[in-house]
Design a protein around this ligand. Structure first.
Ligand code: G3P
Length: 218
């Protein structure tokens, strides 16, 4: 299972990259806006830090021509840039266009298996179902991941599932149990994954008991 980080904050990306478990980055207009910095400045820094793993950059237009223009421009910024496109009619046409040209796409704002199926048929490299936002409206977000996994496996589609809108460690674990290809995780949740109170208590006891060991070699 691959771990992407879901942020445009370069400090978070650098910190996650130092852990040596990072397989890619996803951004969206909200995450870019949160940085309060110019788009190109942010993107260049991210691509310098992550030059050889997928970095999803989202188009801002909603019409086909606009998406093509923006996607072409973004794709030129690096060979690892993945064009993130919303799951709309124009979006699916744009996915088809980019995939034909050998440019990878990430279909975003996916909330139903029907939308995911259309994205697969359009040839999307990645599909991003938003589990947290479904949970927010009293749906079980993880059910969507199971459904998409089943559809991909039934027909052998090439699209990979990026579980997005992750809010807690359980979303990551459930994604792994279902067999999602990728989880894109906020930095806060990456930090939470390592934590367990019994590990802290156990470590404290080991350190204390170690003090009483005679003739220690280190
Ligand atoms: O990158 C898209 C997705 O992960 C957004 O998450 O927390 O805004 O629902 P959230």
């Amino acid at each position: 299972m691959k771990f992407f980080i879901d942020t445009a904050d370069i400090n978070e990306i650098r910190a996650a990259n130092e852990l040596k478990i990072l397989d890619g980055v996803t951004t969206n207009p909200t995450l870019i806006a949160k940085t309060g910095r110019p788009f190109m400045e942010v993107v260049k820094e991210i691509l310098e830090e992550i030059p050889d793993k997928p970095v999803s950059l989202e188009v801002a237009s909603t019409d086909y021509e606009g998406m093509i223009k923006e996607g072409e421009m973004l794709a030129q910024l690096g060979k690892n840039v993945v064009i993130k496109i919303p799951v709309t009619i124009d979006g699916l046409k744009a996915v088809k266009y980019f995939e034909y040209k050998g440019i990878k796409t990430n279909v975003t704002l996916v909330f139903s298996p029907a939308q995911a199926l259309l994205a697969m048929k359009a040839g999307a490299s990645y599909i991003s179902p938003f589990v947290g936002r479904l949970d927010d409206i009293s749906h079980t977000g993880m059910e969507l991941i199971s459904q998409i996994r089943t559809i991909i496996d039934n027909y052998g589609f090439n699209s990979q599932i990026i579980v997005a809108s992750i809010r807690n460690p359980m979303h990551v674990i459930e994604s792994a149990l279902i067999g999602a290809d990728i989880a894109t995780i906020p930095y806060k949740v990456i930090s939470q994954l390592i934590k367990h109170p019994l590990t802290d208590i156990g470590l404290e006891r080991f350190l204390k008991d170690w003090e009483s060991v005679p003739d220690k070699p280190f």
